[in-house]
Design a binder for this molecule. Structure first.
Ligand SMILES: Nc1ncnc2c1ncn2[C@@H]1O[C@H](COP(=O)(O)OP(=O)(O)O)[C@@H](O)[C@H]1O
Ligand SMILES: [Mg+2]
Length: 623
């Protein structure tokens, strides 16, 4: 039986807590569902594009099967010949016909086996290529989609797409499709042979197809329903699993285990129940189709025996007809399975097509521009926010007509209360999002026109969630510049004050961060992230609360290092602790998406504004 995931959206989606978005947002947009909106015909177009490069090989595969079936169906004819001709000849002491039959049977078996081997191999290659292509398309596409897509489409669902959905397609291609082509082809061959052997018997056999066809249609309708319910249920199980494990820390911290166990058990039971329903439908179908088939066989045997007795039919022909009937009805059970896998694969393909039809909301420019040459050995570049307005998809305007110029090489500290829009500013500058109005310019070039490699080289952001990829510490530092030498990596680590702790790790720079002994603290992760950013050598460096996991002496040390690192670059430093201002040329105080104060640190501290108050409170807290 196939195991597949959710299909078209149904009412069940809403009953399943795990099938919802993990932020619990119920704004009813398409992202609440498993199937994303896709242009009409997207599924068919996807299928065509997957198969197009394999057309030639698919044709060869079909041809192999045509031959294989022709050879394979010779068996019962040889049996008929044996009974009606070879055995009587043998009785007359003529051995030739029986030997010919034996040799012919053996040759047919060998040839059919060889052809079947070639067919299975060729069709497996075709289907593996399709799946390889599909998996890499899903990965590449999902990776290229913008941040706002990933904020709304949960990772559980992406996992579901590239595992269960691809798997259901694999089942169709590997087992189902071969099965269907084989079954259809053998039906045609056998029906033709039966009609040719004996018109009457053949006609009865062909007529039995009518109730079988009706049965298949009935099954298809009923199974479609239970299969959809089942696939929605399995998707919910996956989403709940992934969500819980991604959030394992808060789960522990808030003792959510028992409640999660209960929710997971309910989802799991639901999946079990739907699975049971699907199996029951299958069982009904199998029993029903066997009943029809056996009734037809019984009828033909009775009528045939009567005709043999009355001399109007040869015994060998009846034997061949019965053998053919077995071959005719045998694959009908499997036809039901094929229909299952076809239905789940169609639903899966629809979901994958919906995902692949998503376009990045932050698209690559069609005619990318480069940056003007840097001025001398001075890496910094000018940043301009020109009348920028911005709102997230969910929620009101965060930046209302924001205008700001950061001269090349300036270090700017941005302070302000939580939710003021500081991180939003940073993310717009790194082009995680595009403004809804206005422009963000880097040395006069709109970020939307800037080539992506140049943007990634030009602007680097370090945030508080310093992520480490699997690999060594050195690999993690070198992400910003994969061609960096070990000396350059160590120099960056030294400059940031990370060299000491890295050297103390079991394998130093070669310590695997996912292995035992390679575990490093949040603060140390941030130091690695700083070294990574420094090695990338960007024109514009953004630090968004990037020192928040460091202790105060650690932060001081990083800041001292930063003032040399930042020299000559344009830097935007967002920080909770006001100690940051010591390295800043300029301070911006931001509230509700606007700059409310802007000046040199000393001026603002000496003044009577908001920053002066903040700074006074901060100094008192230190005392
Ligand atoms: N991904 C997001 N989706 C929707 N709203 C967001 C998102 N990120 C931030 N916001 C909203 O934008 C506003 C500014 O957030 P942010 O820029 O993160 O503030 P700050 O960094 O100053 O604390 C807040 O009201 C916040 O709720
Ligand atoms: Mg923030």
């Amino acid at each position: 039986m196939t195991t597949t995931t959710a299909s078209t959206p149904t009412a069940e989606d809403d009953e399943l807590p795990g099938a919802r978005r993990e932020d619990g947002g119920g704004d009813g947009d398409a992202f609440d569902r498993d199937v994303l909106p896709a242009p009409p015909g997207a599924t068919a177009a996807l299928l065509r594009s997957l198969l197009a490069p394999l057309k030639g090989r698919a044709a060869v595969t079909t041809l192999l099967l045509l031959f294989q079936q022709a050879v394979a169906q010779a068996g019962p004819l040889l049996v008929a010949y044996t009974i009606d001709n070879a055995v009587p000849a043998f009785r007359d002491h003529r051995h030739g016909p029986l030997i010919a039959v034996a040799v012919g049977y053996l040759l047919c078996a060998l040839l059919s086996g060889a052809l079947q081997f070639a067919f299975i191999e060729a069709s497996a290659r075709v289907s593996q290529d399709v799946l390889l292509d599909l998996r890499s398309r899903i990965f590449r596409h999902a990776q290229a989609l913008s941040i706002d897509f990933h904020e709304r489409y949960t990772s559980g669902r992406l996992i579901s797409r590239s595992t269960t959905d691809v798997e259901s397609l694999r089942e169709l291609l590997n087992e189902g499709l071969q099965e269907l082509v084989t079954v259809v082809l053998s039906f045609v061959y056998i029906a033709a042979l039966l009609l040719w052997l004996d018109l009457g018997l053949g006609a009865v056999a062909v007529a039995s197809f009518v109730p079988l066809y009706l049965l298949v249609r009935l099954y298809q309708r009923r199974a479609g329903r239970v299969y959809r319910a089942r696939s929605t249920a399995i998707a919910a199980v996956i989403v709940k699993f992934v969500e819980t494990m991604n959030g394992i820390r808060p789960v522990r911290a808030f003792r959510r285990e028992a409640a999660n166990d209960g929710e997971f058990a309910a989802l799991n039971r639901r999946h079990e129940r739907t699975n049971g329903d699907a199996l029951l439908e299958m069982a009904r179908y199998v029993v029903g189709s066997r009943l029809v088939a056996n009734t037809a066989v019984a009828g033909i045997v009775l009528w045939g025996a009567y005709r043999v007795a009355s001399g109007s039919l040869e015994l060998g022909v009846l034997a061949a007809a019965v053998l053919y009937l077995r071959r005719l009805y045998d694959p009908i059970d499997r036809l039901g399975m094929f229909l299952n896998s076809y239905q789940s694969a169609a639903a899966s393909l629809e979901k994958i097509a919906g995902l692949l039809a998503q376009t990045p909301s932050v698209p690559e420019p069609s005619e990318p521009r480069g940056l003007p040459p840097a001025r001398g050995d001075f890496p910094g570049r000018e940043v301009v926010f020109d009348g920028v307005r911005f709102a997230y998809r969910t929620g009101g305007e965060v930046l209302p007509r924001f205008t700001l110029t950061l001269p090349a090489g300036q270090t700017v500290a941005v302070v302000g209360s939580t939710g003021a829009g500081k991180s939003t500013l940073a993310k717009l500058l790194a082009r995680f999002y595009d403004p809804s109005d206005g422009r963000v310019l880097l040395d006069g070039v709109d970020l939307r026109e800037l080539s992506v490699p140049e943007l990634r080289r030009g602007v680097v952001m370090v945030t508080q969630e310093a992520f480490l990829f699997s690999g060594t510490v050195a690999d993690n530092i070198a992400i910003g510049r994969p061609d960096a030498t070990r000396e350059e990596i160590e120099r960056a680590a030294k400059a940031i004050g990370a060299h000491e702790f890295i050297s103390a790790l079991p394998d130093g720079y070669d310590t695997d961060v996912r292995k035992r002994g390679g575990r490093i603290s949040a603060g140390q992760r941030q130091l690695v992230a700083f070294a990574r950013a420094l090695l990338a050598d960007p024109a514009v460096l953004i630090l968004d609360e990037a020192t928040s996991s460091l202790d105060i002496p650690g932060e001081r040390a990083v800041q001292r290092a930063m003032s040399t690192v930042l020299h000559g670059r344009t830097a935007v430093v967002i920080a909770h602790r006001l100690s940051t201002v010591e390295i800043a040329d300029r301070v911006l105080v931001m509230e509700h998406g606007r700059i409310v104060e802007d000046g040199r640190p000393a001026e603002l501290i000496a003044g009577t504004g908001r920053f002066a108050d903040l700074h006074k409170a901060w100094r008192e807290s230190l005392a």
